[in-house]
Design a protein around this ligand. Structure first.
Ligand SMILES: Cc1ncc(COP(=O)(O)O)c(C=O)c1O
Length: 487
């Protein structure tokens, strides 16, 4: 089974007792997709709870529908924006879901919950005795540590030492332990090595939730992110023929899974996987350090359904850093206003983190590559927001000098209006297979996966389709678990 739901009754009983003691109940996938299903009693209690509070009620805010307020928010439509054409330079509409309004400000809080909840309700994680280990190059360990704190269990966050100061500072407030591994964004091998080390040292005292291989991560994005985009498509009334693209960079490959859901509904949609040009693993089997935090880790994640990927977009990290300045420095905003970007759209620039900017650039490349017109739509994700990276502004000023109006004009012209289709590769069948085959070196040679399963990922047509079929079972187990808590 791709998701382990084998029940361990003794541990389930301990987890139930722990949740009862802390007043915790767990949301189902159905509730995360549709918050109307959340009981009114919980909605009422949320009126006194801040979005980032370490309060178990915030588990019910793990969805794309949170009212965008700091405290007391209820649920509305999906949080998304249309990125104005004055910024994208495309004829096509580009829509982006906004991750800022998840508890603790990052969409990966959802994937971590999806890993933790099935393990809790099946007893494959002991919330009393074991520590939850969250290896990550981005926000996954933030979400994991946060969810662990909500559920009252101990956590270990593992992330590369070069990640932004904001990440470390905040983690210190929630994670039980923080382990900084050597290197930057793309040094995921060092993280895996640390996991193996911990496994040897602490064995049964820990459970490692490895986002790069956990199908719960795939499932959460397939179900919850995918459904949220479908809801936006319906709300906008986009005709099927105009639902043209989904662009998402790959960190763990989880967010990309929303594309699989969209393709099940709109078979002609194209899915683009983004990565950093400075670490072009998918594009060129390449490697390298880069600055788009959260993505591109010199390997192909186990949970990336490569056969469904139509295009690779390698994004220059300098473009992302320059646009991050354009969107956040006063001169940048002044320039954008001067060319007619509306005030509300300027306010929305705070919704873009660095990888969100990268996703927008993938969507732009895609729209240009496929020569999309005014009726066509591409969807993408803003995984977190600008607040996560403000220390980078100072670093960039020290390195590149003060941001001026002239610089703003240069960035707008060069990195946005003249973003080209260079380094966008439409994949043939055998190019997809070439990317899929790269999994062998990480997953079979190093991480203990079998050759047979690797082949099943490519040849067995049901392999990926079987994952969403598990959602109902997981929801049933969550519901039963909640009933046991209530006693
Ligand atoms: C900031 C940021 N962007 C993008 C991603 C990539 O998302 P995924 O891991 O779902 O591919 C992550 C992953 O943690 C991230 O932290």
């Amino acid at each position: 089974m791709l998701i382990n739901l084998e029940k361990k009754p003794e541990i389930i009983a301990k987890n139930v007792a722990r949740c009862r003691e802390k007043g915790i109940t767990l949301p189902t996938f159905a509730q995360m997709k549709n918050p109307d299903l959340i009981p009114q009693e919980i909605k009422d209690k949320l009126k006194d709870v801040g979005l980032w509070d370490v309060n178990p009620l915030n588990l019910y805010r793990i969805n794309w529908h949170n009212e965008p307020v700091e405290k007391g928010g209820q649920f509305g439509g999906v949080n998304y924006i249309e990125i104005p054409r004055k910024i994208t330079g495309t004829k096509a509409h580009i829509y982006a879901l906004a991750g800022k309004f998840f508890p603790c400000g990052v969409h990966k809080v959802g994937a971590t919950y999806a890993c933790l909840a099935p393990a809790l309700v099946s007893g494959n994680f002991d919330a009393v005795e074991q520590q939850a280990v969250w290896p990550s190059t981005g926000n996954y360990c933030r979400g994991g540590a946060y969810n662990s704190a909500l559920l009252g269990c101990k956590s270990i966050a593992i992330l590369p030492e070069d990640m932004s100061q904001e990440r470390f500072n905040w983690l210190k407030t929630v994670a039980g332990e923080i382990i900084a591994t050597p290197g930057c964004e793309s040094n995921v091998k060092e993280i895996f090595d640390k996991c193996h080390e911990l496994d040897e040292e602490r064995g049964k005292h820990i459970v490692i939730f490895n986002q790069f291989e956990q199908f719960e991560n795939y499932l959460w994005h397939y179900e919850v992110t995918g459904s949220a985009i479908l809801e936006v498509i319906n709300k906008l009334g986009v005709k099927a023929e105009n639902v043209r693209g989904y662009a998402s960079s790959t960190g763990s490959g989880g967010t990309l899974a929303a594309g699989d859901h969209l393709k099940d509904v709109y078979p002609n949609i194209k899915i683009a996987a983004g990565e950093a040009l400075q670490c072009p693993t998918l594009l060129r089997n390449g490697f390298g350090a880069h600055r788009i935090e959260g993505i591109g880790d010199k390997h192909v994640p186990w949970i990336h359904n490569v056969k469904n990927t139509d295009m690779i977009c390698a994004i220059d990290d300098q473009d992302c850093m320059d646009i991050y300045r354009l969107f956040n420095e006063p001169e940048g905003k002044e320039y954008l206003k001067s060319i007619g970007v509306e005030d509300k759209d300027i306010e929305n620039l705070a919704l873009f983190g660095i990888s969100g900017i990268g996703n927008m650039l993938s969507a732009i490349k895609m729209a240009k590559y496929y020569e999309m017109d005014e009726d066509d739509c591409v969807f993408t994700i803003l995984t977190d927001s600008s607040v996560m990276y403000t220390s980078r502004l100072k670093e960039l000023e020290e390195k590149q000098g003060k941001f001026s109006l002239m610089e703003a004009a240069r960035v707008h012209a060069a990195s946005l209006m003249h973003q080209t289709i260079e380094n966008a590769l439409e994949l043939t069948y055998y190019e997809r297979l070439r990317v899929h085959n790269l999994k062998y070196y990480t997953w079979v040679e190093q991480q203990g996966k079998t050759y047979e399963e690797l082949n099943r990922q490519w040849y067995d047509r049901n392999y990926w389709k079987d994952i969403p079929k598990m959602t109902d079972t997981i929801d049933k187990m969550i519901t039963e678990f909640n009933e046991m808590i209530k006693g």
